[in-house]
Structure formats: structure tokens, C-alpha cells
Design a protein around this ligand. Sequence first.
Ligand SMILES: NC(=O)c1ccc[n+]([C@@H]2O[C@H](COP(=O)([O-])OP(=O)(O)OC[C@H]3O[C@@H](n4cnc5c(N)ncnc54)[C@H](OP(=O)(O)O)[C@@H]3O)[C@@H](O)[C@H]2O)c1
Length: 249
Amino acid sequence: MRTICITGATTGIGAALVETLPENGDTVFLHYRSQEAACRALADRCNARGVTAFVVQADFAADPDGGARRLADTVAEHRRSLDVLVNNAGGILTRGTVGEVDYATVSGTINLNLVAPMMLTGYLMPLLVQAADENGRADVVNITSIAARTGSPTSTSYGAAKAGLENFTRGLAKEAGPGIRVNSVSPGVVDTPFHHDTTSQEQLDRWLTATPVGHHGTPADIAAAVRFVLSNDFMSGAVVPVNGGIQMI
Ligand SMILES: NC(=O)c1ccc[n+]([C@@H]2O[C@H](COP(=O)([O-])OP(=O)(O)OC[C@H]3O[C@@H](n4cnc5c(N)ncnc54)[C@H](OP(=O)(O)O)[C@@H]3O)[C@@H](O)[C@H]2O)c1
């Protein structure tokens, strides 16, 4: 019986992680920012299949430290150990070139995609260590992005934050081993609400043309990669690209 914490659990990749990772008897902590009703419905579906679900709200762009603290405190209030943390919440606040975007956009984007995962992982570290002591293993999986390698024009702070998250993955893998594995899964273009307000149809079509497998990814593709990482005993500090071949190095 594992305890799992998933940030950004309500939509897209997060919702697929909730469907894929917890099994009957497990406990899952579901974080949301804005979609309370959807998150509570997801928790009800978990409870109906024998997964105990807790729901926690936090805005990581506005208050990465306070939000991370509140989520970690809720986990610690209900469970003494944590087997799996998936830092999935993320996104682009507002697109614009450097010079166009203001400080709130830059700092908020870095808070959401880098500072919050770092603070949350730190606050949950005692519970991860406890799980590793008891079961021989605990896992942190960071959902990064192809943008960490390619750069992200008109959302440079997003690409920079995700690159930072991949570097955090490597540093923490060295720091927290041998009991705790730390890996990143790096999606390419995945069909989720992420793109609804921030990516034009023309851009999506250009990416599609450049993708060898000939289609964009699904949230289930990313969840399957996370499941694989969690099943492997010899991976830590890795970045697993899941991008249909649009970027190969
Ligand atoms: N889709 C892609 O093509 C793609 C590609 C590369 C990387 N990724 C990464 O994959 C992860 C999941 O994204 P997705 O594609 O599933 O997008 P999504 O459907 O838009 O989900 C994003 C999640 O992050 C949460 N979130 C957004 N802003 C937040 C904030 N300020 N504070 C706390 N939580 C916040 C949202 O919570 P609410 O819904 O409750 O507001 C939502 O659950 C992200 O880290 C994203 O960067 C996605």
C-alpha cells in the first residue's frame, strides 16, 4: 500500500497520472489550483476504486513556499511516509518576448515550474526518507519539458525553469540516494488544456509536421513513462524524453 502525491492532478497529464499510478489500497494526495470541483470529482472516483484520496489547493505561481508547505503539511498530517511524489503542476503564464513580459510573469513562471517543486520536495523529504527506510525505496518524478533542451521562444522563463528542474533532478538524485530515486519525464507536444490559451493552431501544425511518429502525444503516453520509471530499479538522475521523436538529443 503506497502513498502518492501528485501536483496539478485535475487535468491533462495529472489526471492521467491519477488514473494510472494509485492502485486499490493506496493513498493519493491530489493538488489543484483552480479546479476544485473537478479535483473533488476525481477524488470521489479514486475512493470508489479503493484508493483513499485527499484534496489540497495551492497556487504555486503566487505563493510557491506557502503552497508547498500547506500541501506537505497535509500529507504529514495523514501519513507518516510518502512513496512517490510527482511534481507535475506547471505551465506558461503569459507569452511574450523578453522585454515584453513583466517581472510578475517571469517570477511567477519560475515559481510554478521550479521553486515550488524544489520547496515541496524539500518539505516532503522526511516522509520520503521514512518510506525509503521502511520499503527500500521512494521516488520523486519531475515532469519537465522538451523546452528544457530546445528553449522556448515567447516563454523563455518556462524553458529556463524546466531546464532548472532537470538540473535539480540530477543534483537531488546524487544527494538523496541510495534510498530515493529522482528522475524527470520530459514531454513533447501533448494534447492537453496546456495548449488551449498559449499555443496557436499554426504552431501545433508545424510541430506535428516535424514529429516522426505523425501525431501529438496523449496524457496516457506520459503517465505510462512515469509508471515505467517507477518500476525500474536502476534509474536515477535520468531525463526520459517522450516526444514522438521531434527532438532526439
Ligand atoms: N501538454 C504539453 O504539451 C506539455 C509539454 C511539455 C511539458 N508539459 C508539462 O506537463 C505538466 C502537466 O501539464 P498538462 O499538459 O497536463 O497541462 P494542464 O492540463 O494545463 O495542467 C496543468 C496543471 O498545473 C496546474 N497549475 C497551473 N498553474 C498553476 C499554479 N499557478 N499553481 C498550481 N498549479 C497550477 C493546473 O491546476 P488547475 O487546473 O487546478 O488550475 C493543472 O492541474 C506541466 O508541468 C507542463 O509544463 C506539458
